[in-house]
Design a binder for this molecule. Structure first.
Ligand SMILES: Nc1nc2c(ncn2[C@@H]2O[C@H](COP(=O)(O)O[C@H]3[C@@H](O)[C@H](n4cnc5c(=O)[nH]c(N)nc54)O[C@@H]3COP(=O)(O)O)[C@@H](O)[C@H]2O)c(=O)[nH]1
Length: 843
């Protein structure tokens, strides 16, 4: 029995003893060396042999056959009055048949049979029916470890009461008769002197052997009777009986009077019942506990088997003793490959010695460690896991095992990284976003400050990206941005950062530059790199870029100031014609504020439908017929009222807003023309002003083609008004654009003629249809012969080139008259009509 059992309470101890004993087979406790005799042996001789051998029975055998048994109990039946009775053959007085039990019967089953069959001896036989020994009830009980019961119970608990004292004068035969009738195996003999003696079955057996006559029991009993106090424990009594090799003892009350005679059997008979009862209870309990623990074990096995978390158990020396299927799934190792090995076979090498040292320290101090750790699968792949290790101890606190439960948190880590990435990176281009740029800029500035160096900040904006997005769709726009991002990265050093601020705006941080020229060189590289055509599907796109540069600490010490100033410089680059960079100059700020205010107001104007078109008729001088309408832009400012284009178009040009505004004008004019056509004015021409900025746009012809197509405008009825200066800026490119426009069928007029170069030679080169004489020459035409001569010369020359001539700003009939004489074709001016809304247009 282990230490734990010895600490258990007595009841538990008994249950344990019973459980142990119940597994002992009968053959193990049976007394071998059976006393046997033949059936003809005289009874006195049999009794003698029993007395000598100190056994309580003799087996009567006939050859191999067991024919009967004679026991001490049977001595009570001998007639002590008849001397012949001692010599009778034993077969005549023996009990038959002899009850047998198999030697492999369990003690527990034997105990139940003793109780149920009321016998005191069983013959133990082997598998072949051969005699192996004799077993008594006493043998069973003595082998059940009942000491604890005996210690707990007092002698008085087995006192039956009703003690009968036999007088010393009573004849032996009468005493035996009394014992047999009262089923007592011993009686107390009371002597006249007050002393007590005892006469037992065993004494009677001895008297049979001695062929004793029927003498008074006073002469035959053993005296004095050994006694013990009724307070004594049964255990104490049992020890006394064993020590004195006796089987009965008298019980004295507190006052000294003899209360009873108790036998070993009395002590045990109570115990037998208790024992059997307890045994059954213990067995039931054991079965229940076993079932419960089997169920729990099964459940635990199932849980471990089906757990999605890897489970690994080691012994106290950290040698793996079991793993579950999830372990194999997660690590790739089969159980056979890891059992007996140290879990360090999973080490990734990512954690250093100190990490593991800390882990073991925590484990031994607190019994548990939990944390994230990188391990290596059998395939060599590293993965992060959330690991909990628990030290397992037995009841005595001895460390027996370690259990590790872990889950693969790769996905979790990836999600975390993804979320972090989303927070700091632009999902489309993968570049840092504004937030990360600000962080990096702070770091770069601090670094530059420490090293007394410069940092360059480039604000990069694609020119007319919106147009690509609007015309080719966002998907093409997105592809373009991705390619732009890639090219930007390729223009920068590893230490530099380029971030997407949103839309088509990017910012690059150039750390540790020596002087502003370095930033200018990078800007040039960027402009060049971005200008190379980008092929996206069937589209070959060319974008230009405007870059504004600010330098730390020259143009600001704060990140926000540097970004703002680079933005202002970028604006200036755009205003200066795009596709270039500008270094920030403090003077830019004041102007840029004005520009910003105007620009945002103009932006709003477009968005809020504050722009309107007025129309002014062009009249045929010869017939007085309105043949065309010039679309003139107006801004209905919510506070300022109608704002003249002269006041806002220059700024719109400078900021680039003229491009979207110009598109709106063209489309609105064409739509209005459709309405008029629908009203029956099929031949009316429409004149639309094109600004210098629009003309520089490579996509002008495409835009016109698209709008004409979308509004179903007859191209031949559309005239675009350009100025001389536009054509002179880049004459060969200008010719190209004009040719493309002409191929669309659109007509072209040269506006404000006479105020610019007035190079008639150039006129030949341009595919122009009409000349508009600037009103400067018309205003004083009646009074100023020079103006009249110029007008006359222009008309003649134009006609010689096959061009039609329009006189602008005709305010009087006199002016008209002169122009008519000069042969001018068309006239436009307040004389006919001021620019008016479409509804008032004189058709
Ligand atoms: N790029 C674009 N430019 C445009 C657009 N709409 C107008 N403009 C240009 O703005 C300038 C001012 O134009 P506006 O104030 O509309 O003046 C026009 C007429 O009102 C004015 N006019 C017409 N007749 C007379 C007259 O008898 N006397 C007089 N003093 N002024 C008169 O002339 C302007 C038209 O000029 P032009 O375009 O040269 O024919 C002006 O330069 C416009 O071009 C636009 O949509 N886009």
């Amino acid at each position: 029995m282990d230490d734990r059992a010895s600490d258990a309470d007595p009841a538990e101890q008994t249950v344990l003893s019973a459980l142990i004993s119940s597994e002992v087979p009968v053959g193990q406790i049976a007394r071998a060396g059976i006393l046997e005799c033949g059936p003809d042996l005289p009874l006195c001789e049999a009794a003698r042999r029993m007395s000598v051998a100190h056994v309580s029975s003799i087996l009567v055998v006939d050859g191999d056959r067991t024919v009967g048994i004679w026991t001490e109990r049977d001595a009570l039946g001998v007639d002590f009055d008849d001397p012949d009775s001692f010599n009778r053959p034993i077969r005549e007085v023996m009990s038959t048949p002899v009850r047998t039990v198999a030697r492999n019967l369990s003690l527990q089953e034997l105990a139940i049979r003793f109780r149920d069959e009321h016998v005191r001896h069983y013959l133990v036989v082997d598998e072949d029916g051969q005699r192996c020994g004799i077993v008594t009830q006493t043998d069973v009980v003595l082998n059940q470890g009942i000491e604890h019961y005996l210690k707990l119970r007092k002698l008085d608990s087995v006192i039956k009461g009703g003690l009968q004292l036999l007088p010393e004068t009573m004849p032996l035969s009468e005493a035996a008769h009394h014992m047999r009738n009262s089923a007592q195996d011993a009686v107390v003999v009371a002597y006249a002197d007050g002393e007590f003696g005892i006469l037992t079955e065993r004494d009677l057996t001895r008297l049979v052997a001695d062929r004793a006559g029927n003498r008074p029991v006073g002469e035959l009993s053993t005296r004095p009777l050994m006694t013990v106090s009724e307070d004594a424990s049964l255990y104490h009594v049992r020890c006394l009986l064993a020590d004195h090799r006796i089987r009965h003892i008298g019980v004295r009350r507190e006052d000294g009077a003899l209360a009873d005679l108790v036998s070993f059997k009395d002590i045990l008979s109570g115990m037998e019942l208790v024992y059997v009862h307890e045994l059954q209870h213990a067995l039931r309990e054991r079965d229940l506990a076993l079932n419960a623990s089997q169920r729990n074990l099964h459940l635990a096995e199932k849980v471990i088997e089906s757990s999605l978390e890897g489970i690994l158990v080691t012994d106290e020396n950290a040698r793996i003793v079991s793993v579950n299927p999830a372990f194999t799934r997660l690590t790739g190792y089969m159980p056979g490959e890891v059992l007996g090995r140290n879990p360090s076979l999973l080490n990734s090498g990512r954690q250093d010695k100190a990490f593991y040292q800390g882990m073991w320290e925590r484990l031994s101090a607190e019994g548990q460690w939990q944390g994230e750790i990188w391990n290596r699968r059998k395939s060599g792949e590293l993965y992060p896991e959330l690991l909990t290790i628990t030290a397992i101890r037995d009841r005595d606190g001895r460390l027996t095992n370690y259990a590790a439960v872990f889950s693969d948190i790769s996905q979790l880590k990836e999600n975390e990284a993804h979320i972090r990435h989303l927070a700091y990176f632009d999902p489309l281009t993968g570049l840092p976003n504004r937030r990360l740029l600000e962080d990096r800029l702070q770091v770069a500035l601090a670094h530059a400050h420490r090293n007394r160096n410069r940092t360059g900040l480039l604000f990069i904006d694609l020119d007319r990206f919106k147009r690509i997005n609007d015309s080719l769709g966002h998907e093409v726009g997105d592809h373009l941005l991705v390619e732009i991002a890639r090219r930007l990265c390729s223009c920068l050093r590893e230490d530099d950062t380029v971030a997407r601020m949103g839309g088509d705006e990017f910012v690059a941080v150039l750390s540790d530059i020596a002087d502003p020229d370095d930033a200018a060189h990078t800007a040039t590289r960027i402009i060049e790199a971005l200008r190379r055509p980008v092929q996206i599907g069937e589209h070959e796109l060319t974008v230009t870029t405007s870059v504004g540069i600010s330098i730390f600490p020259d143009d600001g010490r704060e990140a926000t100031t540097l970004i703002k100033n680079a933005d202002t410089a970028m604006y200036r680059a755009k205003a200066e014609g795009r596709n270039a960079f500008q270094l920030y100059q403090p003077a830019m700020n004041a102007r840029s504020l004005e520009h910003l205010a105007l620009e945002s107001a103009l932006h709003r104007a477009l968005e809020r439908d504050e722009l309107v078109l007025h129309f002014q008729p062009l009249v045929e001088i010869a017939g007085g017929r309105t043949v065309a309408a010039e679309a003139l832009l107006r801004w209905r400012h919510p506070e300022l009222g109608l704002v003249s284009p002269a006041d806002f178009i220059p700024l719109a040009e400078e900021t680039g807003l003229i491009v979207p505004i110009g598109e709106w004008v063209l489309r609105t004019a064409c739509l209005q023309h459709r309405r008029w056509r629908e009203l029956g004015h099929a031949n009316l021409r429409m004149l639309v002003n094109i600004s210098a900025r629009q003309f520089r746009d490579d996509n002008l012809a495409d835009l016109v083609a698209r709008v004409v197509h979308e509004t179903a405008m007859p191209a031949g009825l559309l005239t675009l008004e350009l100025t001389e200066s536009m054509l002179m800026e880049n004459s060969s490119r200008g010719i190209d654009v004009l040719e493309r426009l002409r191929r669309l069928g659109v007509r072209l007029a040269l506006d404000d003629f006479g105020t610019g170069y007035s190079s008639l030679a150039y006129l030949k080169r341009f595919p122009i249809d009409e000349l508009k004489i600037d009103r400067l020459f018309i205003r004083d035409i009646e009074r100023n012969p020079e103006d009249a001569a110029i007008a006359d010369a222009i008309v003649k020359l134009a006609h010689s080139l096959g061009l039609r001539v329009v006189a602008e700003g005709v305010e009087s009939a006199a002016q008209l008259d002169i122009l008519a004489r000069h042969g001018c074709d068309l006239a436009q001016g307040y004389h006919f009509c001021r620019p008016v809304e479409a509804a008032q247009f004189p058709l």
